[in-house]
Design a protein around this ligand. Structure first.
Ligand code: C2E
Ligand code: CA
Ligand code: CA
Ligand code: CA
Length: 279
């Protein structure tokens, strides 16, 4: 495409036109998918490094669109956030996780702990607390089996109000975790005030930890700091045994990654855990 003057692009450039078109289709399809409840949830196990046992799992939304095929959450969650669709979408995902919990007897898992991703936009919504609790009540599910994964961006800012909200969520029984740790603002003082149970180290530090000394130093520092604040640490995105060995050596508590399991449909979870117990 031709460029007109400084920083001005032609709107008829093929790529940006296609992108805009896909975004439009995506938004329409997303609305329909929410209306017709076409989302599914897959679950990715977390493993305790101490003894290699099952240690809970993360719920991850999956969408197979009629028109577009499988669309990754990395693409449609940001779009849901900018269009406000994240609230009904997120509520539907949580409802689905509660329904799976009952349908597949997740209460019999040890531990019966499921992490839910709460996007920053949803977390900042004034009705978040009431909305969440009414879903758990309606679905007859206990928040004590669930943990909320919040990003640094969600919990930073307006100190006191967020502190109170987090305290109320804990009182209701939810576990709390800071997701993608290390990628957002890194003010550490808020961690102490917020009483979060878990830090989840972002994949960008974990994957490739074997080759990159700097990554190892960062991960080591995060683990030390978390432990000194009585928090535990999950590393996400470990893909090799070597990475797991290093994480274990650094005192990391849990690992979640393709090296152990990819996210799987709810009906496969019980079988996965049984196999884990055998080997
Ligand atoms: P996230 O919360 O950081 O989730 C971890 C992502 O890493 C997931 O991608 C997971 O499938 C992927 N992953 C796990 N282990 C490995 C590994 O060893 N290697 C690699 N390469 N990837 C690994 P997914 O499911 O595509 O989700 C992407 C992002 O979309 C999530 O990042 C989260 O921010 C968002 N998301 C997913 N499900 C939900 C949801 O139900 N609600 C909300 N609000 N956001 C969600
Ligand atoms: Ca997450
Ligand atoms: Ca994460
Ligand atoms: Ca991540």
């Amino acid at each position: 495409a031709k460029q007109f003057g400084s920083g001005q692009f032609s709107f008829f450039h093929g790529d940006s036109h296609d992108t805009a078109k896909r975004t439009l289709i995506l938004e329409n399809e997303l609305r329909r998918a929410i209306e017709y409840k076409q989302m599914r949830v897959h679950y990715q196990p977390k493993i305790a490094l101490r003894d290699g046992s099952f240690a809970g799992m993360e719920a991850l939304v999956r969408w197979n669109s009629d028109r577009l095929g499988p669309v990754s959450p990395g693409e449609f969650i940001p779009l849901a956030e900018t269009t406000g669709l994240i609230i009904p979408l997120s509520e539907q995902i949580i409802e689905l996780a509660c329904a799976d919990f009952l349908k597949y007897d997740f209460a019999t898992l040890s531990p019966a702990k499921i992490s839910l991703n709460i996007s920053a936009f949803h977390f900042k919504h004034p009705a978040l607390y009431e909305g969440l609790l009414s879903i758990f009540e309606r679905m007859n599910c206990s928040p004590s089996h669930f943990e909320l994964e919040l990003t640094e961006g969600a919990v930073m800012g307006e100190g006191k109000a967020i502190e109170d909200l987090l305290a109320r969520l804990r009182e209701a029984g939810f576990g709390l975790s800071i997701d993608d740790f290390g990628t957002g603002y890194s003010s550490l003082s808020y961690l102490q005030r917020f009483q979060v149970d878990w830090l989840k180290i972002d994949r960008s530090f974990v994957h490739g930890i074997a080759g990159k000394k700097e990554n190892r130093h960062i991960v080591e520092a995060i683990i030390k700091m978390a432990h000194s604040l009585q928090m535990k640490v999950v590393a996400e995105g470990a893909e090799t045994h070597e990475e797991v060995e290093i994480l274990a050596g650094l005192g990391c508590d849990r690992v979640q990654g393709y090296v152990f399991a990819k996210p799987m449909p709810p009906e496969e979870i019980q079988g996965y855990i049984e196999e884990l117990a055998i080997v």
